[in-house]
Write a protein that binds this ligand. Structure first.
Ligand code: URA
Length: 435
């Protein structure tokens, strides 16, 4: 089949053979198929979907476009976690060192902020000196020595995803369950894992707005993982409001350090403990979830997780003094409170808008070439179900920009919070598990 015939077949809802998918990818990566043809196929997939056989072929080609790490030399189980993304989701930062302190090898490759959602790499890079780039041989050495690395996707890992992602970002083809599944799983399968815990988010700040779609995405990714021989479980968790109390890069690192120090107990801490417990059970270092939860709690309380974080930061060139003196992280010059316009109970929050407000402050990018302001972001004082008085701060903005830019951001933040007279229940954080 020619590229034209393959695109037209998917447009008309026909099944593509594994050979047709392989030929299309090979042609694209070799430069014989143009970006506009790949974009047309992506849109056809977005609308028509892929069945299980097509998705397997698609994911395998993405994986085969690069290197698959061989980490069999490690004497610990190799387990990673991955979140589908949200606002204030800093779980990976305390979780990776805690899981390593409990006996796992965690070869974590993360991404940058995407649209309104924050990225682990941008957060880590707010630590002075911290480098998220590393050669594969160095990564292997650090994993052997410490049990944890936190880096960006290397050029040689699933390079097809990098190119497809850039196209999807600008062609309205991100929100597709098969394309998201293949994108995430091709990168994770390239890490040479024994097990993977996925945090699939649903709600106002997630890419999947409904629990039903999140469940479909979770099932699809778990099937791909299991099909590749990786023990995979997906937790379905709420992203109906910013996670925890802080949004913004250095601010979220500070909150993460608070969790590692045992000083912060909030929804982020709950997710860290639950996802950590699943990682330990799937990796075989805890027998039951309750044991896994106890091990993670222990590693918080005895300081083993904080010590691992310190060593991780040092190993990757960062200033490890931040573990004890978070005030060494970049701080914004100015703070401004956003006040509740009326008294009542917080009924709902549009976490995507709050994420975009953080991007407006400089905590994320609107264009690929934009620079991040590591200090910018906000403290979230109110959550769903909380009662507020008129004039009480809903948010505190931490900014370096001129005050003239505040008004538009304040308006965006205020319209993201619905305050009403009736009581409202906070959303359940855990909505199920797919395995
Ligand atoms: N994260 C990814 O890596 N890929 C997607 O398609 C969406 C979120």
């Amino acid at each position: 089949m020619t590229p034209y015939e393959i695109i037209a077949a998917k447009r008309d809802g026909k099944e593509l053979s594994a050979q047709a998918i392989a030929n299309f990818f090979d042609g694209y990566l070799a430069g014989r198929i143009a970006d506009y043809q790949m974009s047309a196929l992506l849109m056809a997939v977005c609308i028509r979907g892929l069945n299980a056989a097509e998705l397997n072929a698609w994911t395998s080609r993405m994986l085969a476009s690069g290197e698959v790490l061989d980490l069999n030399f490690l004497d610990r189980p190799r387990v990673d976690k991955h979140s589908t993304g949200g606002v204030g989701d800093k779980v990976s930062i305390p979780l990776a060192p805690l899981a390593a302190a409990c006996g796992l090898a965690v070869p974590m490759m993360s991404g940058r902020g995407l649209g309104h959602s924050g990225g682990t790499l941008d957060k880590l890079e707010s630590i002075p000196g911290f480098s998220t780039q590393m050669t594969i041989p160095r990564m292997k050495k650090q994993l052997e020595r410490l049990g944890v690395v936190m880096i960006g996707q290397s050029k040689t890992i699933a390079p097809a995803d990098k190119r497809l992602y850039a196209l999807r970002d600008v062609t309205g083809t991100v929100e597709s369950i098969p394309l998201i599944s293949a994108s995430i799983m091709s990168k994770k399968l390239a890490e040479g894992l024994n097990a993977l815990v996925l945090d699939v988010k649903y709600g106002s700040g997630a890419f999947m707005k409904t629990l039903a779609d999140a469940r479909r995405l979770a099932r699809t990714m778990v099937e791909i993982g299991k099909g590749a021989g990786v023990k995979t479980a997906a937790l379905l968790t709420a992203m109906e409001q910013p996670l925890g109390a802080w949004v913004g890069n250095a601010l979220e690192v500070k909150e993460s350090i608070g969790i590692l120090r045992g000083e912060v107990e909030n929804a982020v801490t709950e997710l860290v403990i639950e996802q950590g417990a699943h990682m330990l059970v799937l990796g075989g270092v805890a027998r039951k979830l309750e044991d896994g939860r106890a091990s993670i709690r222990n590693a918080i309380h005895n300081g083993a997780g904080l010590e691992m974080f310190r060593r991780l930061v040092e190993a990757q060139g960062g200033d490890s003094r931040v573990a004890d003196q978070p005030e060494l992280l970049p701080a914004a010059k100015r703070q401004a409170a956003v006040l509740a316009p009326r008294a009542g109970v917080v009924q709902a929050m549009d976490a995507t808008s709050i994420g975009w407000a953080a991007v407006d402050m400089g905590a994320g990018r609107k264009r690929q070439e934009d620079h991040i302001d590591p200090a910018a972001g906000l403290e979230v004082h109110a959550h769903i179900g909380g009662r507020v008085k008129k004039g009480q701060p809903l948010f505190t903005m931490h900014v370096n920009h001129a005050p003239g830019r505040d008004d538009a951001i304040v308006q965006r933040l205020l319209s993201a919070v619905r305050i009403g007279p009736e009581d409202a229940a906070p959303p359940e954080l855990f909505a199920g598990i797919v395995r």
